[in-house]
Design a protein. Structure first.
Lengths: 346, 346
DNA sequence: TGATTTAGGTCAAACGTTTTACCGAGCAGA
DNA sequence: TCTGCTCGGTAAAACGTTTGACCTAAATCA
């Protein structure tokens, strides 16, 4: 149905080789008239190269895999936007694999991608993936020598380039902001405790408290899982532990939304009765009635950078392993204020 | 590097044909021992079939294209989720093309997808695409006989299956709700006027007003473009036209967010001073401080259904053209109430 | 004039599969 | 002993490209 290079050859009376050479602008010496003839015929026949055939011989597909936990999550959606844009700029396209946060699906996706011969993959890892699961995954990648860029997760197991965030710094910004406002009783809803990110963010928080001579209260720290519901539940637990808490710091915006809901259900006002700080600064956070103060990540740029790293590695697999760290910044909005009855300290 | 069918053949001393037959479970008569031997060797060598090669001969890629306007927009993100999930269930994978709402990018994506031999494509069309642009696009699809499912846009030009929404019904639900609450002065922020959807929604609105003997005021209808900013601007224009408006109906939730922002900037409370109704009911609408009353679309199911339609057509291209219409429903939340000083009518 | 170069192309193998014939060995039946 | 079947398997073409080696005729050189 679709015209092939053969059709062009037949139509012009030239050889397949010549057509291929011309269409790919190889620096071969083919006369201008012949070139033109071929181009014209190609246009006329609506010729579109068959990438399957091309890839079969060239061993490259100009395709990247994107293994993502949940495309409906605005963080990942935004990340994908950056990835997609950058890939497109380099004439790569991307196969989207939504793993729904599951290990099995992640492995299945990876096999699929390997089967489709993608040139590389950008991936985010489900929290569930660690220890032996991580090992299996890592072995698979090694086995198929698939270039990978890992987002927001470093792991000595996986020989991949990474894109990370200065978690500690992010927490420091948030903590500093709250302490300066005068908050002393701060609740915190973290991510899964086995993740390195969680530890680093917690460290940043503790350090700032220590540096300011403010007591850090571990009983006000509850573990969340980055979903809205755990923000809600976490708030309840914090409030139970100490009803006089004046601020809550959630390790992502989604959980902060859960915090909002819980506070609303309890009739606790933001920021007059409770300050809330999030992390990620996803698009909708600014749309909340009390626009959320949040540690902002350059999400889209992360996506773009990830593709950049990946494409560089695809071009040269011998590159030393690289691990970029992006700097967060604090976006102060209306969800934070001095606690009732106090003024800011400085 | 990666093992091929040839390696298996060599290792087992069997022919390529036999290996292929076994691995694809063709109903050929190959002895159980041979089968087992092949399976074992395949496992041992970490064999993964090369889809490029497979596709080259079978002419099918088990891949679907997804041409979408903006993956970072929650509506499309959710749609993609449904699409991705359903595709995955059918062992198809999808190539994501974010067109950023541009015609040129749409065409480029389509060419790319044709080149990659996708079996079909699910697409949303930029508002910009109409008339001759639509013609070019349509010709292209015709030319490459690419099965297509069009979302939220019917067009006699394109010979494609469609997935649509009962726009009229959606508006009727919204209008009915507002009238019952007692609203008489209702502002409306529509989509681009050349879209069929806009006309149908407007019709639903007018009809309900007429049926209830309420005057419909065209000067309170302003055209939007489905982006937040136009919700903001539209609200300003409506308020200028008649400051005593008591409700605003936006043709999508994103524009409703713009309405929220404008009202907030002007100190107008929701719902006590202004009721707001949206359309789409995207995830975040329920997270707003005044959770948004919205005409809900089964977004994820739309995505799933689209894939269903597409896969059916891929399997049988002779199918008559199909056009599914999905029914919206009204989700009443806290952004709507009786106008000040009135009680609901019934 | 004969040898070389150059311009302009072409041949054929290779990529990793699928698939349609085809083949040979063993066995049953007559 | 021959015919014909079945069982288990194989040969080879085809899919649409790319690419390194090769070819031929004309132009250039000495």
């Amino acid at each position: 149905m679709t015209a092939t290079i053969k059709d062009i050859a037949a139509r012009t009376g030239l050889s397949i080789t010549t057509v291929s050479l011309v269409l790919n602008n190889k620096q071969s010496r083919i006369s201008p008239k012949t070139r033109q003839l071929i181009f014209d015929t190609a246009r006329e026949l609506n010729y579109i190269p068959n990438q399957m055939a091309v890839s079969l011989v060239t061993k490259e597909t100009k395709t990247l895999g994107l293994v993502i936990m949940d495309i409906a999550n605005p963080f990942f959606a935004e990340l994908s936007k950056g990835i997609s844009a950058k890939a497109s700029a380099y004439a790569f396209d991307i196969i989207l694999c939504d793993t729904g946060d599951s290990y099995e699906q992640t492995m299945r996706s990876l096999k699929l991608l390997a089967s489709k011969n993608v040139d590389g993959v950008v991936m985010t890892l489900s929290d569930e993936i660690r220890d032996e699961k991580m090992k299996v995954l890592s072995d698979f990648l090694q086995n198929h020598t698939l270039p990978v860029v890992l987002i927001e997760r470093v792991d000595r197991l996986v020989m991949a380039d990474c894109l990370n965030v200065n978690h500690e710094k992010g927490s420091r910004l948030a903590a500093d902001h709250l302490l300066k406002l005068g908050h002393r009783k701060v609740g915190c809803i973290t991510g899964p405790s086995h993740l390195e990110a969680t530890g680093r963010r917690l460290k940043g928080l503790k350090d700032v408290f220590a540096e300011n001579g403010v007591e850090f209260r571990p009983e006000l720290v509850v573990e969340g899982d980055y979903h809205i519901e755990s923000g809600y539940a976490g708030t309840e637990r914090i409030l139970t532990a100490d009803p006089s808490v004046t601020a809550i710091y959630a390790f992502n915006d989604l959980m902060a939304y859960g915090v909002y809901q819980c506070l609303k259900d309890r009739g606790i006002g933001i920021p007059d009765q409770m300050s809330v700080v999030g992390f990620d600064d996803i698009f909708f956070s600014k749309m909340l009635y009390a626009p959320l103060t949040s540690v902002a990540l350059p999400i889209r740029q992360m996506g773009e950078r990830a593709v950049q790293l990946l494409i560089e590695r695809v071009a040269n697999r011998e590159l030393p392993r690289r691990c970029d760290v992006l700097e967060p910044s604090l976006i102060v909005r209306e969800s934070t204020a001095a606690p009732r009855g106090t003024g800011p300290l400085d």
